[in-house]
Every structure is written in structure tokens, then in C-alpha cells.
Design a protein around this ligand. Structure first.
Ligand code: GDP
Ligand code: ZN
Length: 458
């Protein structure tokens, strides 16, 4: 059980007119009341908000005009006493308030510590806690709604349901083994076990299928634009950035910060990574050869392969077709405003059923069709997150895969007619993997590591 009182600025830094400094813990109210001039905070009702001033302890000067919310445990996010101080004087004043609170004995919260407490105090489960983190990082509205849903506990609900089914079968087997004399407990037959494991297996598979989409919504579609020099790659890049909301984020890397640009195309966040030279690559094949190009290109989720309508197909183009064979790509025949010199039949043949669109980026023609094709590649059309429960977290996907594998071993055992007490070992493992998703069977170190990824102040 945590016993100290933590504090942090819980709104994004540098943005917005209002910033909130949050306090949580047994001393939250007394720390706040020591530096607050206004109503006696120790005496106000829970869940009320009060106007007043934060005072510099040493000089008695007013540091900031504030609105203070007082919330008593347990009906708070952390289930501890919580005080939220709404400041409006910009980052300098907000930081000053934080310092004053720290000087009065509150400790600076570690990243994710508020959420961690909410989890440890049973307010939310692990998948919900992770959803809070996703929410902070959500790159598009759709990613946001996926995160919201997860926070809602939908994923948890499903996982719990599967675990319950598995637990019942395991318990059933246990009873059969421990109390063979109980005639009224039907013996768990291979047939029953087969049915239950099949049921859960099918559900996990379904979750994994939507997981891929969820992951993309969360992390963006790693996208590479390729083609010979002068076909229009830069123009395409510019068009996509101009037509859509571009989000630039800095990703702290090990050696240097990588700048990633996100472009929101119909709710699909394209991640145009400016690294390893795969974002916009002139003559990649010339430089590193077909095989190595393939290796590089394999790392992207989507390749936009641009050709020039005004020129005949060259050897270089053909090599590019070889390099993208079997990968997810869209062929873009650009410069349709100029005379057609490209052999369309040949291009069609090489494209092997992948989407092909024609554009004139100069005249801004065909861009809509291209965006539709991009959205279709992964979501078979416009997606509606409204009725999908997504699993979008890499850790969840990993655990679901492990659960599925363990369950498959159990199913194999059943088919081979293995004794029930052997089969149930794998069923129990499945149950444990699923439990890790919602934090039931997760180890402490895992929990610490997860919460440390949170933004400060959440
Ligand atoms: P990159 O080398 O593949 O990045 O090609 P750029 O985007 O730099 O374009 C090369 C040249 O082609 C520029 O002068 C563009 O203005 C021009 N260009 C791009 N798209 C079109 C188009 O659809 N029609 C015509 N006529 N010119 C285009
Ligand atoms: Zn270029």
C-alpha cells in the first residue's frame, strides 16, 4: 500500500490556458490547505470546488490564483484523497505551484503513478490502465475511440468471460480427480473439454484478427513512398500532408531523436518515418539491390509505388516491382495530365491484383481515389470503430498469441486422447496468459515497467 502523497502537473505541458496540478494521497488535503488562501479546505465537502490563492510559504506573496477541487477517498480516480489545483497563469506559475507543494512534503509523482495507484487500489484493471496511456498517445480520433473503449473495460469483460469458461473446466476436472466418489458431478469428458476449448479458441482468434487493425490505429501505418527520380514522390508526400491533418511527433530514440510525421487519411494514421532513408527513396534498388531493398521495404506496412504516366516503363521500374512483390503496395500512375507513354497492360500484369490508381498530382486529380485505396488496404473500406472491440496493444497481442498457442496444445492433447489432468495443465496456462492481460497474474516487475511508460502526471 502506498502511503505518501504524490503530485504532478497533469495537463500537457506548454499547451492550453488551464493547467492542473494534482495531488493524491493521505496528506493531499492538508498539504494543499497549508498553501491555500481561501476556504478552509480541511472542512469543505468532498467533490466541491473553491476559488482562492496559492501563497508563497516564505514571502507570503500570491503565487497564483486558482480553483481547487477537493475529493475525498474512495470516490476518486486513485481511490485516495485527491486535490486538483486549476491554474491559469501559464507554465511558469504552474511550475511554481508544483514547487510549493513539493516544499510542503508532497513527492513528485513518477510517470504513470496516479494510474498505477488507481490500479493497485482496485479502481481499474491493467488493460484499462494501459488504455489511459494509449489515450494520452492517441494520434487520431479513431485511435482515441479505441482507447476509450478499452478503458471502458470491454476488453477486460471479454477476457474475463474466456477465463471463466476455462476456469470452470479446470475446476470440473479437479473435482473429478479429487472426489471421484461424487457421482452427481458429471465427469468432464473429452467431448465437453473439446467443445469449451474450441469456443475460447475461436474467440481469441477473432480478437487477434482485429488486433492488427487496432495496432495500426495506435501506431500508424509505417509508409514508404518509392519510385524513380522525378515521378512525383515529393509531390505525393506534400499532397498527403496538405490535404490531411499532419501530426509531427518527436520520438526519443537511443542515438538521436527520430521525427515521425503522421498523416491522417480517412482515420488511418500513416506514419511517414524519416529514417533509414525509406520514407522517400530515390533509386533504392540501384543503391542496394533488389534483395536488400526488399528487406528494407518489408519493414513498412504500406508502400506507395509511384510511376510516371509520361514515360515508358524502365528496367528500374521493373526492379522495383520485383522488390515489392508479395508486399502490401499501391501502384500510383502519376502525371495523367501528360501524354500516356506507359504501357498500361504491362503495368496491370506486373501489379498482380494490387490496387492501382491514376493521379495528376499537379492538377490535384485522383487524390480521393488514392485515399480510398489506402483506407481499403487495411480496413476494407471506411472503418467504423463503433461496433468493434479492439485489442491494440502489443503486449496484449503477444499474450493473446501465447494463450492461443497454449490452448492449441490442450486441444492437441484432447485429440490424442491424453488424460484430463494433463490436458488441464495447458488450459491453466491459457488461463494464466489471459490473466496477465488484465493484470491478474502479472508479476510486480511487469507492472512497474508498464506504469513507468506513462506520461508524467497521469
Ligand atoms: P520525385 O523526384 O519523385 O520526388 O518527384 P517530385 O515530386 O519532385 O516531382 C518531379 C517533377 O514532376 C516536379 O517538377 C513536379 O512539379 C512534377 N510533377 C509532379 N506531379 C506531376 C503531375 O501530376 N503532372 C505533371 N505534369 N507534373 C508533375
Ligand atoms: Zn523528391
Amino acid at each position: 500500500m502506498e502511503t505518501d502523497t504524490i503530485t504532478a502537473i497533469s495537463t500537457p505541458t506548454g499547451e492550453g490556458a488551464i493547467a492542473i496540478v494534482r495531488l493524491s494521497g493521505p496528506e493531499a488535503i492538508s498539504v494543499a490547505s497549508e498553501v491555500f488562501k481561501g476556504k478552509e479546505l480541511k472542512k469543505v465537502d468532498s467533490h466541491t470546488i473553491h476559488y482562492g490563492k496559492i501563497i508563497e510559504p516564505e514571502t507570503g506573496e500570491v503565487a497564483e490564483e486558482v480553483m481547487v477541487s477537493v475529493m475525498h477517498a474512495p470516490k476518486t480516480f486513485t481511490r485516495e484523497d485527491v486535490v486538483e489545483i486549476n491554474c491559469h497563469g501559464g507554465m511558469v506559475a504552474v511550475n511554481r505551484v508544483l514547487e510549493i507543494l513539493l516544499s510542503k512534503g508532497a513527492r513528485l509523482a513518477e510517470p504513470g503513478e496516479f494510474t498505477k495507484r488507481a490500479f493497485l487500489n482496485g479502481r481499474i484493471d491493467l488493460s484499462q490502465a494501459e488504455a489511459v496511456m494509449d489515450l494520452i498517445r492517441a494520434k487520431t480520433d479513431k485511435a482515441m475511440s479505441v482507447a476509450l473503449k478499452q478503458m471502458d473495460g470491454r476488453l477486460s469483460g471479454l477476457i474475463q468471460k474466456y477465463r471463466q469458461t476455462l476456469l470452470e473446466t479446470v475446476a470440473h476436472v479437479e473435482v473429478n480427480i479429487d472426489y471421484p466418489e461424487y457421482d452427481d458431478v458429471e465427469e468432464m469428458s473429452h467431448e465437453m473439454m473439446r467443445e469449451k476449448t474450441k469456443e475460447v479458441h475461436a474467440e481469441i482468434e477473432e480478437l487477434l484478427q482485429v488486433a492488427k487493425q487496432g495496432k495500426i490505429l495506435r501506431e500508424g501505418l509505417a509508409t514508404a513512398i518509392i519510385g524513380r527520380p522525378n515521378v512525383g514522390k515529393s509531390s505525393l508526400m506534400n499532397t498527403l500532408v496538405q490535404e490531411n491533418k499532419a501530426i509531427v511527433t518527436e520520438v526519443p530514440g537511443t542515438t538521436r531523436d527520430v521525427i515521425e510525421e503522421y498523416v491522417n487519411v480517412r482515420g488511418v494514421p500513416l506514419r511517414l518515418v524519416d529514417t533509414a532513408g525509406i520514407r522517400e527513396t530515390e533509386d533504392i534498388v540501384e543503391k542496394i539491390g533488389v534483395e536488400r531493398s526488399r528487406q528494407v521495404l518489408k519493414e513498412s506496412d504500406l508502400i506507395l509505388f509511384v510511376l510516371n504516366n509520361n514515360e515508358e516503363l524502365t528496367e528500374e521500374d521493373k526492379k522495383l516491382f520485383e522488390a515489392v512483390k508479395g508486399l502490401e503496395y499501391i501502384v500510383i500512375i502519376n502525371k495523367t495530365d501528360l501524354e500516356r507513354k506507359l504501357d498500361l497492360d504491362e503495368v496491370n500484369r506486373l501489379t498482380e491484383g494490387n490496387p492501382l490508381v491514376t493521379t495528376s498530382l499537379l492538377k490535384e486529380e485522383g487524390v480521393d481515389e488514392l485515399e480510398t485505396a489506402i483506407a481499403k488496404t487495411f480496413f476494407s473500406g471506411e472503418i467504423d470503430t463503433g461496433d468493434l472491440t479492439y485489442v491494440s496493444n502489443v503486449r496484449h497481442i503477444q499474450l493473446l498469441k501465447q494463450a492461443k498457442a497454449a490452448l492449441e496444445e490442450a486441444m492437441e492433447g484432447i485429440e490424442l486422447g491424453m488424460p484430463m489432468d494433463i490436458v488441464q495443465i495447458d488450459v491453466t496456462r491459457t488461463w494464466e496468459f489471459l490473466g496477465e492481460i488484465i493484470g491478474d497474474t502479472a508479476s510486480d516487475s511487469l507492472i512497474d515497467q508498464l506504469f513507468s511508460q506513462f506520461c508524467l502526471g497521469k
